[in-house]
Design a protein around this ligand. Structure first.
Ligand code: DCP
Ligand code: MG
Length: 241
């Protein structure tokens, strides 16, 4: 059984090695339909938090719960099925476009593949490929633009239909028109899920329900964009600076 998508951190301390704490006393609460953004300078602990949501490492102190259940008590395969990850550079393999999307759900039908591609806004460019969904991608999708690769990553995540999503936004610039297409696909993908974003774009940060500002492994501010702007603290500095 999958989790529903309530994610809670209670006073979480963590370090990759004994004696070097990287996250201090992290608390957060997220539920389906909410988007939580992590911002902060390099090394602040953004990726580390998402590593813990994935249970890639055991925590040193505190609790992480899914739907009230301690993360350590959840079966690995249930956790894997419940979490979708869209990374800056999603790996595409040598195979057809359809196979690359189906990787998110191996028993998906052709109809499901097309539905996911449509949701992701990928159907348009796929239709224009010489062989459509049967076009072969070689060399890690090297023949596709960066934006097109992102659309396939969104389609792959959509077909798996996970309640919890982790997004590591791309930093590299794609043109404005493509970005709008990617953003629309992403917005559709996020709908109704619990979403954690490592945000690099101001637009994404701004429309998050909660923005968590990290500094040296601590959450130093949290709130909506408007809350944090009014607070005139670190986020305000980042935003106006
Ligand atoms: N760290 C570590 N061992 C690892 C990964 C990270 O000791 N395998 C350390 C480096 C930082 C701290 O943990 O001091 C937090 O690293 P993160 O990767 O979580 O930092 P960010 O994701 O916030 O940084 P960036 O914006 O550069 O991705
Ligand atoms: Mg990182």
């Amino acid at each position: 059984t999958r989790v529903l998508g309530d994610v809670v951190f209670e006073n979480v301390d963590f370090g990759y090695t004994e004696g070097k704490i990287v996250l201090h006393d992290v608390a957060l609460y997220a539920k389906p339909g909410q988007k939580i953004a992590f911002v902060g300078s390099t090394g602040a602990g953004k990726t580390t938090i998402t590593n813990l949501i994935n249970r890639f490492y055991p925590i040193m102190d505190g609790k992480i719960r899914y739907d009230g259940i301690n993360i350590n008590k959840i079966h690995k395969s249930d956790l894997r099925q419940s979490l979708g990850i869209v990374l800056q550079d999603t790996h595409l393999f040598t195979g057809t476009v359809a196979e690359n999307i189906r990787y998110g759900k191996l028993d998906a039908t052709d109809e499901e593949v097309i539905k996911a591609a449509k949701l992701a806004n990928a159907d348009g460019f796929i239709q224009h490929l010489p062989e459509g969904y049967n076009s072969i991608l070689t060399g890690d999708g090297g023949s596709l633009s960066q934006g097109q690769r992102q659309l396939l990553a969104i389609a792959r995540a959509a077909i798996a239909n996970p309640p919890v999503l982790i997004l590591d936004e791309a930093t590299s610039s794609i043109d404005t028109r493509t970005e709008a297409i990617v953003q629309q696909g992403m917005d559709r993908l996020m709908e109704g899920r619990t979403v954690f974003v490592i945000a690099h774009r101001l637009s994404t940060v701004k429309n998050s329900d909660v923005i968590m500002v990290l500094e040296q492994g601590r959450i130093i501010e949290k709130g909506s964009h408007n809350d944090l702007i009014m607070q005139k603290g670190k986020y305000y500095q980042l935003y106006t600076g």
